[in-house]
Design a protein around this ligand. Structure first.
Ligand SMILES: Nc1ncnc2c1ncn2[C@@H]1O[C@H](COP(=O)(O)OP(=O)(O)OP(=O)(O)O)[C@@H](O)[C@H]1O
Ligand SMILES: [Mg+2]
Length: 379
């Protein structure tokens, strides 16, 4: 089956994520590929940037280019309405009033969870050759990417259906979930796994949009590190709002500083493309202006990056993973049963250990040249 290429644009607040996501999509569509750009940012400024009204249903914006706003909260309520309703009966049975239980039942991250599921449906339908996502700023994007992984892990190990049944048998008085609730729980698990697979597929990548100020580049490097440790595929960096020497009336100091910043970005990301977008005299708004930005950044080279190759290397006694710019103080590594648990800045990644390494103690963990190498002892 044809599967869509997926590119997520993220970066610090205000750096130009929406503009560059829309520009990349416009550039892709101009080469004749059926493309959709969707906003996963609840602030939804995609409509303003494209200068067309948008809703949850895809709108044709120009030839081969569609756009939509993902409504994560609505999707959450749609997908997990039955489970919520059932949990609501438990909470109200245990004395919580309806308003409070409704609040408890829309957990933090519900919108991100819903957005992931809506995105999965879009990619799965294979209606579009390319799906470009305009993400929210850094912290919300990390929540979008990292939070459901933990939930998926939880649901895969703790079977809430049988747990509830055993509580019922012990006479706790809680109502037993009906088969519709149990099958909704199974669907939830299946859909979270499918979403996980979609984001980690070789055809999915994350593109970092960066400004050229030192503070912004520092955040870009941190974001790269976290995403890499979490196992997501970063495919390049867009350096936005570049003031070039000899162009327009830019203060020379700024233009020089930008020159240095661009070379810093190349040094920081030697194995990745760094696309540059000039600081334009006018806000690039509307399809035509965005297609020009897209052409200036990508030219004829194409918007879609390289498919990823497996970055984890496993030998009979070791496992090596890329870790970006992480240092020892930032990373925590532990083995929990058959999983390797890696924590960075409060985000957890769980890696099912290959059978040959499972159940063996970690003898040595060494962080060097952007890689973590774990050596395993005998069981
Ligand atoms: N290269 C550029 N030249 C001139 N103006 C730009 C450029 N890139 C973006 N802008 C303008 O900067 C503003 C912010 O851009 P944009 O909305 O794309 O940023 P964002 O990262 O999506 O912001 P947010 O974090 O709020 O979602 C917009 O008004 C946009 O038109
Ligand atoms: Mg934006």
């Amino acid at each position: 089956m044809l599967s869509s290429s997926l590119v997520l644009f993220t970066g610090k607040g205000g750096v130009g994520k929406t503009t560059n996501a829309a520009a990349a999509a416009a550039r892709c569509a101009a080469t004749g590929r059926k493309t959709i750009v969707v906003s996963a940012d609840p602030a939804h400024s995609l409509a303003d940037v494209l200068n067309v009204p948008l809703g949850a249903e895809p709108t044709l914006v120009s030839e081969s280019l569609f756009a939509a706003h993902l409504d994560g909260t609505a999707e959450f309520h749609r997908a997990w309405g039955k489970i919520r309703a059932y949990l609501g009966t438990i909470l109200t049975a245990s004395g919580l009033n309806e308003v409070t239980s409704a609040q408890v039942l829309t957990p933090p991250g519900a919108a991100e969870l819903g957005a992931r599921v809506a995105l999965n449906a879009l990619v799965d339908s294979a209606t579009y050759e390319v799906v470009v996502v305009d993400c929210a700023p850094t912290s919300e994007t990390l929540r979008l990417l990292a939070l459901p992984t933990a939930l998926d892990w939880f649901l895969a190990r703790v079977n809430p259906g049988s747990m509830l049944k055993s509580l019922w048998h012990r006479g706790t008085g809680i109502p037993l979930p009906g088969s519709d609730v149990l099958s909704a729980l199974d669907e939830l698990r299946a859909s979270l796994s499918a979403v996980e697979a979609m984001l980690r597929a070789p055809t999915a990548s994350i593109r970092l949009v960066s400004g050229l100020e030192r503070v912004v580049i520092a955040e870009t490097r941190r974001l790269f590190t976290t995403l890499t440790v979490l196992g997501y595929h970063v495919d390049g960096v867009v350096a936005n709002r570049v003031m070039s020497l000899g162009e327009r009336e830019w203060p020379t100091e700024w233009a020089r500083a930008h020159q240095v910043a661009i070379s810093d970005l190349h040094d920081s990301f030697p194995d990745y493309p760094v696309w540059t977008v000039p600081f334009l005299a006018h806000e690039p708004i509307g399809c035509r202006a965005l297609a020009e930005v897209g052409f200036a950044s990508y030219g004829a080279s194409g918007v879609i990056g390289q498919e990823r190759t497996e970055p984890m290397v496993v030998t009979p006694n070791s496992l090596t993973l890329p870790t970006g710019f992480a240092d020892d103080a930032q990373l925590r590594v532990a083995v929990a049963g058959t999983d390797l648990v890696i924590t960075i800045d409060g985000h957890r990644r769980l890696i099912a250990l290959p059978e040959a390494l499972s159940g063996r103690p970690v003898r040595q963990a060494r962080l060097r040249d952007g890689e973590l190498r774990l050596s395993f002892g005998s069981p």
